[in-house]
Design a protein around this ligand. Sequence first.
Ligand code: SAM
Length: 247
Amino acid sequence: THFGERTVALEDKQGLVDKVFHDVADRYDLMNDLMSGGVHRLWKDALVADLAPPRNGTRPYRVLDMAGGTGDIAERIVNVSLGYAQVVVSDINPDMLRVGAERARHWRYPDQVSFVEANAEELPFESGSFDAYTIAFGIRNVPRIRKALDEAHRVLRRGGRILVLEFSRVDVPGLEALYRGFSDRVIPPLGRIVTGDAQPYQYLVESIRKFPEPAQFSSMLAGAGFKRVKHTAYSGNIATLFSGWKL
Ligand code: SAM
């Protein structure tokens, strides 16, 4: 794994990732809007539309939003379910969770969410205890992806669903060069202006380039036991939504 110019062992990757999100936690939402021109909101809306959480039922509908950071996905899920879904936002970084918990006090349904500090590789939840597992722009930060997918599969009930939203490889000719230039010349400097440090955003750009291609990541989902795996490209494949079922 590379961070800036250095080569970093797998064990050290988590430490770097934690520092990145510690440093940017308070400006994280602003940075997302600036860097994606607000488009990350549409991708997140699309994830939640695909999940289609129920608005009523005979038992609770429980979602684990892993690497949930400041709670973007969770808030959408709760709102779309009209306050029926119960979401656990889990993240390894207490700073991101703190920002999220503060924001959640002003949600429309503030009682439908809880925040739990945890590593995606080792979840402190019972097997079969969730109806859905979501992870948006989080899985590429996890050092041992296979372990995280195994854990996702374990905590889902049979019939439960996983949705993974992640940056991908742009596959539209023309857009490709534009995106590469934007990633190298706009993202790190913009990071420096807003958060005072370009390096976390250099890491971001590199981690996106290292993430597996959609077909390869789909095989990893299947390898962890998920069925009916499919993926959908958004915005010329800048982002990809993966879906799978525990059957
Ligand atoms: N889901 C949010 C969103 O879409 O805006 C936040 C995504 S943010 C780019 C990535 C998050 O992954 C950070 O909050 C980081 O702390 C978290 N993360 C990194 N490694 C993790 C791990 N091993 N377990 C759980 N969360 C992790």
